[in-house]
Design a protein around this ligand. Sequence first.
Ligand code: R5P
Length: 293
Amino acid sequence: MTTILSGSASQALAGRLARALEATLLETSYDRFPNGDLFVSLDVDHDLALEDERVIVVASTASSDAHLELLLLQDAAREAGATEIVTVIPYMGYDRQEQAFNPGEPVSSRAVARAISSGTDEVVLVTPHEDVVCDFFEPTARQIDGATVLADALPDDLDHPVFIAPDVGAVSLAETVREAYGRGSTDYFEKTRHSETAVDISPSDIDVDGRDVVVVDDSISTGGTMSEAVGVLTERGVGRVYVTCVHPVLARSAVTRLYTAGVEAIYGTDTLERAVSSVSVAPVLAETLELTE
Ligand code: R5P
C-alpha cells in the first residue's frame, strides 16, 4: 500500500499524484509553536498506523521552512512505522549553489541533500538545476524531466514556432518541448550573468520575423533572463512570444517584468504552485514511481 504525505506548499501536486497512483493521501496539519518552531501532525489514529506502508513525501523546498517541514514529515512517517520512505522534491531550493563558487562558501545543495538523505530510502527530483545535485544524495537521487509536459499548455496554433533556450544549459529542455509539441525548430541564445538580477543575452542569427516563439528554461526566478530574451526577440519583429519553464519561482516582480517585456503568456508546472502553473508533473512522477513499486 502507498500513502502520500504532502508538504504545505505542494498540496495540489500531492493530490494529483495520489489520484494518478491510486494511493491514499493523508491529511496533515501544519503549525508552529509559540517560539516559531515548525510542527506537523499526520491524521492517524494510532501508533504505527503506517506500518508496512510505502510512504511518499512530496514537498517542494522553496523556503528554509519548507526544508525543515520536509524533514519533519519524513520523521513523522518513520515514527508511524513506514517501512519505506520515498521523498519527492518537485522543486529543490538551494540547488543553485551546487559548488563553492568562491573560497569560504558552502556547497549548499550538498548540505541540504545530506540532511534529507538521512530520513529517506530514496529521493526523486524534478529537473534539478544541475545533474550533479543528484549525486549529493545517498543513495543518488533519480531525476525526472519536468519539461515533457510543458508543450501541453501551449496554444495549438503556433505559427512556424521556434523553441528557444535563453542559454546553452536549457537547449535540451527546448528540444524536449519542441518534440512534444510536434513541430517547429529549436535554437539557443548565449547568456552572461552579471548579478542575481542582471543578465545579457546574445541572440543567435535565427530569423524570427513574424514567427511565434516559445522561450524555454528550467526556472524563472526574477524574470531577468526571460525578459532580456523577449526584448531581443521583440526587436526582431517576432510574432507572439510565450515563456515556459518547469519551475515558476517568479520572485519579486517577475510576472510584471515579463508582461512588460511583451510576453503573451507565462506557463509553468506545479512543482511550484503558482497562478501560472497550468500543467502538472504528476503523470510523469506517477510513471516513475509506479515502475519502482
Ligand atoms: C539559471 O541558470 C537558470 O537556468 C535560469 O535561467 C535562472 O534561474 C533564471 O533566473 P532569472 O529569472 O532570475 O533570470
